[in-house]
Ligand binder design. Structure first.
Ligand SMILES: Cc1cc2nc3c(=O)[nH]c(=O)nc-3n(C[C@H](O)[C@H](O)[C@H](O)COP(=O)(O)OP(=O)(O)OC[C@H]3O[C@@H](n4cnc5c(N)ncnc54)[C@H](O)[C@@H]3O)c2cc1C
Length: 339
């Protein structure tokens, strides 16, 4: 708590690169920083973490912050179970509140096939000793009252869910900062804006090893080089002449402001004008939401734009010209109730 008002730096100001390090870690995300944190426990301190932008600028600072171990394969489930257990003690280890909340995790099933898959996953998880089970709409409603579990017209009806009580969320930036502070305290140097551009190898390709790392700030000697660059892994491995059979795909998440009120957003897929006109009368009875071309979503903020100037109406009155951002404001509506 006191750290919120701290004046001291969390890690040292960036120094010049030394000419040599025992360990060079490429990538200042959660894996790179955690590696330095755990190497510290093994007494390995002469470490440089090279990050081409700023720490946490990769997936570590852009993910959906979920921690769970209810994965599909036995190997995956076991691996993530050990990881969740590490996270359970990490705030204490780092002496930094990571805001880890094991509030439980639900994976919703919208079809019979999905129910079958979830049941199978629950079995695989339980054999590994992981708390995971299939639950039905009434229990989902108890756990998440805002969820519409009994809407017969829902486009994606909720048939059940895989419930994983130890799953939860953690403040991802705090993970990066806490690990960075620990790595720094252990002696590791964090070098931001330091991009790895190439590597040099001693000896021949077979049996040789990487001895030098070239960066935009000069070349350094390295005892060991660790590639912790996630989506960039293949590019870094190519520099070391180690082809990886991995293809990087972009994963995106939509992030809203953390606001409690929600907007019901009706999204209509592209339809012909004739179809639109035939659908129009259903709008007045609210029956349009049952049409397959209409999707209803909940959000706290919605951005509306058009490919030409367009006036937006609310309650029949013109209110603005597009583009417009509509936000649900807390306590903005005043309601009179009988005493
Ligand atoms: C949208 C999204 C949602 C996700 N949601 C979740 C979730 O809810 N739960 C979960 O467990 N996981 C989630 N993940 C996955 C998780 O975020 C990643 O597995 C994890 O952050 C990877 O950490 P990392 O340290 O390996 O990589 P990164 O955090 O990506 O770090 C790699 C770093 O390497 C640096 N780098 C790259 N090339 C070079 C170079 N040449 N020189 C120097 N530095 C370089 C990059 O700038 C970057 O900072 C999500 C991922 C995404 C993209």
């Amino acid at each position: 708590m006191l750290d919120i008002f701290r004046k001291r730096r969390m890690w040292r100001r960036q120094s010049e690169l030394k000419s040599s390090y025992d360990v060079v870690i490429i990538g200042g995300g959660s894996h790179g920083l955690a590696t330095a944190h755990y190497l510290r426990e093994h007494g390995i301190k002469d470490i440089a973490i090279l990050e081409k932008r700023y720490i946490g600028s990769g997936a570590a600072g852009r993910n959906t912050t979920i921690l769970r171990s209810n994965y599909k394969t036995p190997e995956g489930a076991k691996f993530y179970d050990a990881s969740v257990k590490l996270y359970e003690g990490l705030s204490q280890d780092l002496n930094f509140n990571l805001l880890f909340s094991q509030c439980g995790h639900l994976t919703l099933a919208h079809a019979d096939r999905a129910m079958f898959v979830m049941a199978n996953r629950a079995e695989v998880n339980r054999i590994q000793g992981i708390d995971s089970r299939l639950i039905y709409p009434d229990e989902i409603k108890e756990l998440a009252p805002a969820m519409q579990v009994d809407n017969p017209h829902a486009t994606y009806p909720i048939l059940g869910a895989l419930y994983h009580p130890p799953g939860g969320i953690i403040r991802h930036d705090a993970v990066v900062w806490g690990l960075a502070r620990s790595a720094d305290q252990g002696g590791a140097e964090i070098h931001q804006n330091t991009e790895v551009l190439g590597m040099e190898r001693s000896g021949g390709r077979a049996g040789g090893r990487i001895t030098k790392v070239k960066t935009n700030r000069g070349t350094i000697n390295a005892g060991q080089v660790l590639n912790c660059t996630a989506g960039w892994s293949t590019l870094i491995s190519d520099m070391a002449d180690v082809p990886l059979p991995i293809t990087t795909h972009i994963l995106q998440a939509c992030v809203t402001e953390p606001m409690k009120p929600l907007l019901d957003v009706v999204i209509v897929s592209a339809i012909s004008r004739a179809r639109f006109l035939t659908l129009l009368p259903t709008v007045f009875k609210g029956e349009h939401v049952q049409q397959p071309s209409v999707l209803v979503r909940r959000a706290s903020s919605v951005r509306i734009s058009a490919d030409r100037p367009f006036t937006m109406y609310a309650d029949g009155d013109p209110v603005a010209t597009l583009p417009v951002t509509v936000r649900a404001l807390p306590r903005a509506v005043r309601v009179m109730v009988p005493a």
